[in-house]
Structure formats: structure tokens, C-alpha cells
Design a binder for this molecule. Structure first.
Ligand code: ATP
Length: 209
């Protein structure tokens, strides 16, 4: 099976995240794309909502979606969420699956700051998707990494179990959780940006006020 992993804080999940997953299901032959919430992010402040609340919202978001699921590994492991640890667990539990770590371009720009980043391609492929309002440049340290491992050829990418980087252009959807949290703080609940069930959850649990 080819499994996509979209890691993030999901504070809260929004239609931008679902748009990434849905667009990639059209572009690549994924059997499943898992939204993977971290317990505690390492390179940014703690999320406003608790791990349990972020997980509950993700489950609501994925409830009726085909091939888009939630992965609870990092929430269950607790502590600092290092992606390399998660990938080691996943590949150990499912040696027959091929994993692709999906990153928006903004997240990829900080990839070299991740714990043991140079080992990550031993366990998975990387799929980098375009995101509005992000630089088209890459940090210098990533340029040779990209040159060494990227491939424009989907067949080449799919037939190897790990170790490739594939860049994928998706239709732009300019939504971020940061922007959303400031709207929610004003009690602006826009179901065009967050699914109605999650709007309801946020109101009932008085989140982001
Ligand atoms: P915040 O504004 O709090 O940083 P976010 O909207 O970026 O949150 P995250 O949970 O941090 O959401 O993102 C998880 C992953 O989804 C990251 O790789 C990010 O680049 C990607 N992503 C989120 N929204 C979009 C979008 N609208 N288009 C493309 N990629 C996105």
C-alpha cells in the first residue's frame, strides 16, 4: 500500500488540509492519506487546543471521507513529536507499506531543522505541495538535498520504497490555521473554511476565544 502522511498541529484542522489530501489523491495512486497530528510540536509554540481536542476535530473532519483517515501515533506516544520516531514506528509495524511524508512548501523550508532530517528519506518519500504566499526559493542547505533526491518522474517515484522527493503543484487555497484562529477569536465561525461539525465542536468547547 502507498500511504500518505500529512503531519501538522491541526490547530484546528481546516479545509486547506483536506484540500491538500484530496488534491494528492487525484495526482498520485495513494491507497490512503493519513492526517497525523503531533502531540507537542518541537519548532513552534504549543497549540492552543489540547492534543485530545485537535484529535477529536480531525476525526470529525475525516468521518465521511474516503481514503482520508487520522493517524494517532504521535498523540498516543505523547512527549515531543519527532517525525523520525513516528516513521520508525510506522515502518516497523508495516514493513510492506510505502510511506510518503507530505509537506506544504512552508513546512519544507524548515525541514533541515528537524531532528535527524537527513535520515528521514531512509523511511519514506517526501511529497512537497505548493502553498499560496510562500517563497519560491529554498534555503541553501536544502538545495543540494533536492538536487540529489528529487525526481519529476512519478513512475520512478512510485516504484521505489523510499528516498525520493516529488514536487506537486496543487490548486491554491489560501487558508491557514493562524488566520482561522484570529477569526475564531472574534467568534467568526465560517463553515466555508472549517466543516460545520468542527465549528460546532469549537463553539461547544469554547476553543480559540
Ligand atoms: P498554522 O497557521 O498554525 O501554522 P497551518 O494552517 O499551516 O497552521 P499545520 O497544521 O501547521 O496548518 O499544517 C500541516 C501541513 O499542511 C503543513 O505541511 C502545511 O504546509 C500544510 N498546509 C496547511 N494548509 C495548507 C494550504 N492551504 N495549502 C497547502 N498546504 C497547506
Amino acid at each position: 500500500m502507498l500511504i500518505g502522511l500529512l503531519g501538522g498541529t491541526f490547530d484546528p484542522v481546516h479545509i486547506g488540509h483536506l484540500h491538500v489530501a484530496k488534491s494528492l489523491l487525484k495526482e498520485l495512486p495513494f491507497d490512503e492519506i493519513r492526517l497525523l497530528p503531533c502531540y507537542k510540536p518541537v519548532h513552534r509554540p504549543e497549540p492552543k487546543a489540547s492534543p485530545e481536542e485537535r484529535l477529536a476535530m480531525l476525526k470529525l473532519a475525516c468521518k465521511n471521507l474516503e481514503k482520508i483517515t487520522v493517524d494517532e501515533h504521535e498523540i498516543k506516544r505523547a512527549g515531543n513529536s519527532y517525525m523520525i520516531d513516528t516513521l520508525r514506528e510506522l515502518t516497523h509495524e508495516n514493513p510492506q507499506h510505502h510511506f510518503c511524508l507530505i509537506l506544504g512548501k512552508d513546512a519544507f523550508d524548515g525541514f533541515h531543522l528537524w531532528h535527524q532530517w537527513e535520515n528521514i528519506l531512509n523511511y519514506c518519500h517526501l511529497v512537497i505541495v505548493t502553498r499560496p504566499n510562500t517563497s519560491i526559493e529554498y534555503p541553501d542547505i536544502l538545495k543540494s538535498f533536492i538536487q540529489q533526491f528529487s525526481t519529476p518522474d512519478i513512475t520512478d517515484f512510485i516504484k521505489s520504497p523510499s528516498g525520493k522527493i516529488f514536487f506537486c503543484s496543487i490548486p491554491p487555497l489560501d487558508i491557514s490555521a493562524t488566520q482561522l484562529r484570529s477569526q475564531l477569536a472574534q467568534k467568526n465561525y465560517d463553515t466555508n473554511i472549517i466543516p460545520a461539525a468542527i465549528c460546532n465542536y469549537i463553539q461547544v468547547h469554547k476553543l480559540y476565544l
